[in-house]
Design a protein around this ligand. Sequence first.
Ligand code: AMP
Ligand code: ZN
Length: 475
Amino acid sequence: MNTATASIRFFNTLTRRKEKFTPIDEGKVRMYTCGPTVYDYAHIGNYRAFLFEDLLKRWLEHRGFKVTHVMNLTDVDDKTIKGSQKQQIPLKQFTAHYTKAFFEDITALNIKPADYYPKATSHIPEMIALIKTLIKKGYAYKSQDGSIYYAINKFKNYGKLSHIKVAELKAGARVKTDEYTKEEAQDFALWKAWTPEDGNVFWETELGKGRPGWHIECSAMSMRHLGETFDIHCGGIDNMFPHHENEIAQSEAATGKKFVNYWLHNEHLLVEGRKMAKKFGNFYTLRDLLKRGYDPIVIRYLLLSTHYRAQFNFTFEGLDVARAAVERLRNFVRRLQDAEGKGSGGKVAELLRGVQVGFGEAMDDDLNVSVALAVLFDFMREVNALLDASVLSRSEADEVCALMKRFDRVLGVIGEVEREEALSKEAEELIEKREEARKAKDWATADAIRVRLRAMGVILEDTPQGVRWRLEKKA
Ligand code: AMP
Ligand code: ZN
């Protein structure tokens, strides 16, 4: 299927409807996803968002689209400033540590890197230019303390994403913090004049001494890298208001053009019915779970396998179920290598057609991965029966294997499955990369790669003679 005939439908938060996906430029997708605020180790709720976005990108690529993906790094905001002050280290050093940790985590989770990772602190001139345009056009004003606010009653579409009604709000009331609730919707800060609480975090600019608000950061960075109008913008549902509502207000007021065509929001990962969040203290970082011996790919599977618009509770039983599912997928591919039957007389060809259609239709339908996986597991059950009966031929098994590889480019959980005591090319390359990291004394990367190899069933031992590897014995 080429991209012109692909018929993908997404639930667009703007319209609250499923809509056929048509990109601005045929065959190409420009997509922006709100990245981490690098003030702490990300928790697995955050990774639910980043994994949904990874699945979305991989599916679009599977359907033939060329995707340009931008994910920002929020390295200056209320939370990062507070965090660096608490640790008494410069903001840059503080955020660099958590940025590095983020990249280690996404490597372990097999998340495909974005094309660009713009940092807020590297885009201050773009933010100033945007704010100046908003002042010139009458959407922004300076308050007595020198901060600059966005006047929400000047933008007639304010509230179109989150469905709040501006008429019911207090005109002219102001909110300076980055995060607030719908009930507190007011004029929000684009530029925050320096106060002693900001310490040495400030920029001397035409707008005065200060720092940007969180929302203007994403408007400036997304438009800088993707243009004034682009296809897809994602984030967790908590980002819909105020963050994304404010991004629309800033960007559309400045350009006079539609900012984004499709807004996709993932639902929350919960713990005992409540959103997993730092502020509730009910979170697990990826590191917490890796320390307990969980395979990052099993965590990937768990967080991916529920539809992105459904909430679900994180539990350790859930992780056990995910581990069993990943093992079933890997064992299935491993078993295929032994097929030597006489052939199924067309049955496998029929099953292959069926699973491709079923999996594809489910994923095209707003990324319905749980249905797609159910279709895949049904297919595996049928093929397993043919393997049990020693019917499956070598060439049929090769076809099934090729299809599993294609699906795994989307799911990213099977990896290379080896029958013999031989290393895959992927594992060999990873071992080489780890050696380079060790030589550069980059222990964190070396450890992340070791975890990744462990997940692939490759166990490393560092001996005085150098690194040795062995394959994990499969039950
Ligand atoms: P932050 O680093 O706080 O800016 O969050 C990064 C991403 O994680 C955003 O898209 C959030 O909406 C998302 N997020 C935060 N908590 C959760 C959660 N419990 N479940 C799913 N996504 C979340
Ligand atoms: Zn953002």
